[in-house]
Design a protein around this ligand. Structure first.
Ligand SMILES: Nc1nc2c(ncn2[C@@H]2O[C@H](COP(=O)(O)OP(=O)(O)O)[C@@H](O)[C@H]2O)c(=O)[nH]1
Ligand SMILES: [Mg+2]
Length: 201
């Protein structure tokens, strides 16, 4: 996590009239890096419902091929990132597993868009999340979260596997790296702004 001065509880609800608060979902399948990403970026201590994985969730969540994962998110992560003087992002990490489908209704409400994290080595695990994002009409960008030691799949291969539109932004990133994670969010926000500008044109 980035070390920044601790803020009091008001930080979670602070909102200045001169700032626009934007709700962004950070979504993706189990163990793709959502909690890591929000922990890397959040300027407030991220709220997380991460808990030690129980035997029950071991049978529900597929741990095959997951490196060193000993906790699982039972619901949400929440963080805040001030992108500029004018724009503050509220980040909601939302799991993609089937059993969280009901949560999506609430999460998607008021969200400007989503960053979909994908692991290039487990692309088929992202299909369910892609369906949810599209069902809820969320505009999105793809963040290819790069794990060490995995051969990189080309952006073109990811686009094809996930059946992306040509205009959908794809960014290669590392959820543990602040610069790289910020860049992924900036790409998403620029894309959302462009779409909004086109809609209002
Ligand atoms: N090497 C590498 N490991 C990562 C990266 N992002 C996350 N991890 C690790 O992958 C595991 C799952 O990440 P986590 O953020 O808990 O996934 P979540 O289930 O989507 O919230 C953790 O052990 C992380 O430390 C990354 O970009 N590179
Ligand atoms: Mg998590």
């Amino acid at each position: 996590m980035v070390s920044r001065p601790a803020l009091d509880d008001h930080a979670y609800v602070r909102s200045g009239a001169e700032q626009t608060a934007v709700k962004i979902l950070v979504v993706g399948h189990f163990a793709v890096g959502k909690t890591t990403f929000i922990g890397t970026l959040s300027e407030i201590t991220p709220l997380s419902t991460e808990e030690s994985m129980t035997r029950v969730s071991e049978t529900v969540d597929d741990l095959k091929g997951v490196r060193g994962k000993t906790t699982t998110t039972v619901a949400l992560d929440f963080g805040r990132l001030t992108l500029s003087d004018r724009v503050v992002l509220y980040l909601f990490g939302t799991p993609g597993q089937e059993r969280f489908v009901n949560l999506w209704e609430d999460m998607a409400r008021g969200a400007l868009g989503a960053l979909v994290l994908v692991d290039p080595e487990r692309l088929s695990d992202s299909f369910a999340v892609m369906d949810l994002v599209e069902e809820h009409g969320l505009a999105y960008a793809i963040g290819i979260n790069h794990f060490d030691g995995t051969p990189s799949r080309t952006e073109a291969a990811v686009r094809e596997a996930l059946d992306l539109l040509p205009e959908t932004p794809v960014v290669v990133m590392d959820a543990r790296d602040e610069r790289s994670s910020t860049d992924a969010l900036i790409t998403l926000v620029r894309y959302l702004q462009q779409r909004a500008a086109l809609e209002h044109a």
